[in-house]
Design a protein around this ligand. Sequence first.
Ligand SMILES: Nc1nc2c(ncn2[C@@H]2O[C@H](COP(=O)(O)OP(=O)(O)OP(=O)(O)O)[C@@H](O)[C@H]2O)c(=O)[nH]1
Ligand SMILES: [Mg+2]
Length: 298
Amino acid sequence: MTKESFHSGFVAIVGRTNVGKSTLMNHLIGMKLAITSNKPQTTRRRMQTVFTNDKGQIVFLDTPGIHLPHNKLSEYMDNVAYKSVSDVDLILFVVEPETYIGKGERQMIERMKQSKKPVILAVNKCDTADDEHIAKAIDAYGGAIELKDAVPVSALKGINIDRLTDTLISFLPEGPMLYDEDTVTDETERDIAAEIVREKVLRNLRDEVPHGVAVSVISFKERDTGLIDIEADIICDKDSHKGIIIGKGGSMLKKIGIESRKDIEELLETQVNLKLFVKVRKDWRQNPMMLQSLGYKD
Ligand SMILES: Nc1nc2c(ncn2[C@@H]2O[C@H](COP(=O)(O)OP(=O)(O)OP(=O)(O)O)[C@@H](O)[C@H]2O)c(=O)[nH]1
Ligand SMILES: [Mg+2]
């Protein structure tokens, strides 16, 4: 009996902000590692995760969504996405079931063409559109860039996820496992904890407040009992935002803390004691030193 060939390689997940890239990646790997929200510009850094089955191993790079940059942080974010397409074997271009291709997406399409990497289109949120709209979207994007394949999916409803996995593996080169079978990410628990707190800020606060927030874990210590003590700063860029994040009598900060702790405990499979502090660092998104210290650097 001949052994079936094993495929492996890197896949960049790219697309406009808010199309569901991180939600899709979480469903592809079967674990919630990347933070998601209904606000644009949720993902800020590149996140690497690994999926392994008996046919292959996919190393996913989730990237920040393409948008029109308006400060140094958002320039950094777009650049992460643009650059990632040249570092991989295959590109997973995620779009919504629409025919309009915006300026940011067109720039990304140019980058993808220059990279000469194969592109698979995922039309996500197919739960929100009929077959005709989905077919029109595939036609529109297929007219803008050569696609190896196009798969309608719904990350939220779990539609066609296995089909997309099989498609991605089939377009990866034959090769060995790049990481241990049980590797899921190269992110540290500390960084994931910081991201979870940022997710709760994004999900609980409105308007421009969450976009000006960064989270930095300042202490992460495990006790002999296994309990983990975590202290984190929620950094905002205006005095007026500090009060909003803390809320009346501390109610908002308490809510963010409770929701964050629950998710961190689930992820780390142990009890967590989480302390949050709110700090103001005026205009940190324009400050190269602050960006660097928060991990938003090349
Ligand atoms: N209806 C529907 N909503 C979805 C689907 N996938 C994701 N969403 C929603 O779309 C919103 C954005 O999801 P994210 O995964 O954060 O999107 P993203 O592309 O990673 O966004 P950025 O990180 O900002 O680029 C969230 O509110 C998701 O719940 C889907 O298949 N169907
Ligand atoms: Mg994202």
